[in-house]
Write a protein that binds this ligand. Sequence first.
Ligand SMILES: [Zn+2]
Ligand SMILES: [Zn+2]
Length: 260
Amino acid sequence: MQLFADYHTHPQGHRLQRYRRELLQPWVDAARARGLSDIAFTDHDRYCAGVDFDEIERLREANPDVKIRAGIELDNDPTHSEAGRRWVEEHWEELDFVLGSVHFLERADQMFDTVPHGAEQFAGRDIDRIYEDYFRRVRELAATGLVDCLAHLDLVKIHGHRPQSAVRDLAQGTLEFIASSGLAIELSTAGWRKPVNELYPSDGILELAIEKRIRFTTASDAHSHVQLGENYHRLAAKLRGFGIAEILVFESHQPQSRAI
Ligand SMILES: [Zn+2]
Ligand SMILES: [Zn+2]
């Protein structure tokens, strides 16, 4: 099994950096070195001003052996993502792929997936209620019609908090909605470098998604090109274990199935 696609990458990292050759070429070089032939740039929507579609086009021309997809990670950020959604609408035709992500719960001013502060949002709280609230927000984002795929579907587990109810039951309605909308879910190795130390999503959700015939992208959520395709050997083993033999790539928002 050869995994060849990474559909969650952040060339800008955690600050606004205009796309230019020196920023992007190392990502293509790293992809090639790791045997990846299809990558999507999906910077956070709050850095959308850095995305330059002409620069991506020039990069494609210089690297015809690697498919380079123009994408964005659209957040549920109460402060910035209204502008992000407008930007996605304006640039829909130029974008190949939009990831939808929930990083905000009740607190509008703080991503819950940060340490130590984000983790404090869980202290002394009813974890089942937090999971319900989280999956409701994922569903809301899926319903905007502006995303092709949901990122790190059970990010709410990041700090290791587990609900008393089965996660399957908590995620059921949201997965049903994702399936009926024809949206994809990413399999993200990023969970393996977080305290929870587990793939996003968990086996229980993965099983349920397969039952509902939801299809998957493969992703590392790399914030540096050295993280591209990180832990893909572990991901390949997981896919084999679940009998997944095809993944999705996207061109102009059109999902295409590819054997792995
Ligand atoms: Zn994210
Ligand atoms: Zn990301």
